[in-house]
Write a protein that binds this ligand. Structure first.
Ligand code: AMP
Ligand code: MG
Length: 424
């Protein structure tokens, strides 16, 4: 009888590390960068603030009109019936009315124009009867209406953006509205990466003859490069490293000497583990995590000198899934960001999905909103860890909890949208 060894197909291995626990270990062992630099707000998009930003001004700086109409003081509003008020001038955006107004006077005012001194209310032009030099208003005018108060958007002294904020387009606009031209952000991480495998053919090798027998194109390096380019890091592509201890060692040593983070793909499954393990154990402190997830069970994680190290599996889908679940959150954490984990939403699954209990599964899905306005998700079909096309056909990952024993149509699942999950 064959005595079976432990393998990736086993579902109930007691030592499998749950995904949340793995993330917790990552965050507690990785120390975010501390040094910072000043950058112009024009190039601060997707950078991470290293200090709180306080406003030294009010936005808007002065009370102004929210509508086109007439500015007046509330004492000009009749208690009952109508009143005739004298138009004493105009206020335009950028051209204020120069003097204080009195009860019985109004100023023709346009949206964005500063409220004249003495005025606290704007009555919209549709609610007045206009004559040549005066208007009639009635008792329906509400005191204080249609005025944007000074500082109502941002007040002097208010902390408007906090340390650790990953700057979005709106933040850049807010900074500009405060007159702030540059901000202090954490320095960018340098991330060195390479792929491993004797079977890998580089796309830039002489490929006029096509793919050599037994070879596959090295897609992981391009996937990793694309994933990293969205994360505002300095990515250093170190090419393909062949499956032997000497080359692996040399590449790891070089990578660790130039980068904050080193990422590799392949060479961490049982068959490869020998030479990789030896190289790791000599160079740093690396452990092989057997994660309670599919795809992407083996993950090597640790430190090489001062660099953090992630040894991802070789399977192209597993590379992406482990990157999105672990490496991306870790890089965000290291970069000083406070929002690090993938966004996950509840959705109703329309497909029947096969799965065994004991591990979280990340399957490829297409999510949409159905006629009833509910978020629903369908499988992209075959889910093999080597089928990168399933990832490309998907717009989300379907997250099926560890306990679940398959999914029936109509069941609730989690979805991680690529829009929002993918770096940025
Ligand atoms: P490994 O984890 O090295 O055993 O690789 C697992 C599977 O992924 C094998 O079928 C490899 O050929 C494939 N693979 C590994 N690295 C790459 C890569 N860089 N690009 C495409 N496929 C890869
Ligand atoms: Mg390999």
């Amino acid at each position: 009888m064959i005595e079976k060894q432990p393998s990736c197909d086993d579902v109930s291995e007691p030592e499998l590390l749950p995904v949340d626990e793995a993330r917790r270990r990552l965050f507690s062992s990785l120390k975010p960068v501390t040094s910072s630099e000043d950058v112009s707000i024009a190039s601060a998009l997707h950078r991470v603030l290293s200090t709180d930003v306080k406003s030294s001004v009010n936005v808007p700086p002065e009370a102004n009109s929210a509508m086109d109409g007439y500015a007046l003081h509330e004492s000009s509003i009749p208690a009952l019936g109508e009143a005739n008020l004298t138009v004493v001038g105009s206020a335009w955006a950028g051209k204020p009315f120069p003097r204080e107004i009195k009860t019985g006077e109004v100023v023709r005012i346009f949206t964005g124009a500063v409220m004249p001194a003495g005025a606290d209310t704007v009555v919209i032009q549709e609610h007045v009867q206009a004559h040549d030099d005066s208007i009639d208003i009635d008792d329906s005018v509400v005191a204080g209406k249609n005025v944007r108060q000074a500082g109502e958007d941002v007040a002097i002294g208010q902390v408007i953006l906090t340390r650790g904020k990953h700057l979005q387009a709106a933040d850049i606009g807010v900074l500009a509205s405060l007159g702030i031209q540059s901000v202090s952000v954490f320095r960018q991480l340098t991330v060195a990466f390479f792929t491993t495998g004797d079977e890998l053919q580089a796309l830039d090798s002489d490929s006029s003859a096509g793919l050599a027998p037994g070879m596959v194109y090295d897609s992981n390096r391009y996937t990793l490069s694309a994933l990293l380019s969205c994360l505002q890091v300095n990515a250093v592509d170190l090419g393909i490293v062949r499956d032997n201890e000497h080359d692996t060692r040399a590449a790891l040593e070089h990578a660790a000497s130039i980068a904050d983070v080193v990422i590799t793909s392949g060479g961490v499954s049982a068959g490869d583990a020998d030479f990789v393990t030896r190289a790791f154990h000599d160079l740093g402190d690396v452990s092989f995590w057997k994660l309670a997830m599919r795809p992407g069970r083996p993950l090597a994680y640790g430190t090489l000198g001062k660099a953090a190290f992630f040894g991802l599996p070789g399977n192209p889908v597993a590379v992406m899934v482990t990157f999105l679940q672990f490496v991306q959150p870790a890089l965000r954490h290291l970069a000083g960001r406070l929002d690090v984990n993938p966004v996950q939403l509840p959705a109703r699954c329309l497909s029947r999905l096969r799965k065994s209990p004991g591990r979280v599964e990340y399957q490829r899905g297409v999510m949409s909103v159905d006629d009833a306005g509910e978020l629903v998700v369908e499988s992209t079909g075959m889910q093999g860890a080597g089928r990168l096309s399933s990832m490309s056909a998907a717009n989300c990952l379907i997250v099926i909890s560890s306990e679940a024993d398959g999914v029936q149509p109509g069941d609730r699942v989690g979805v991680q949208p690529f829009h929002g999950l993918l770096p940025g």
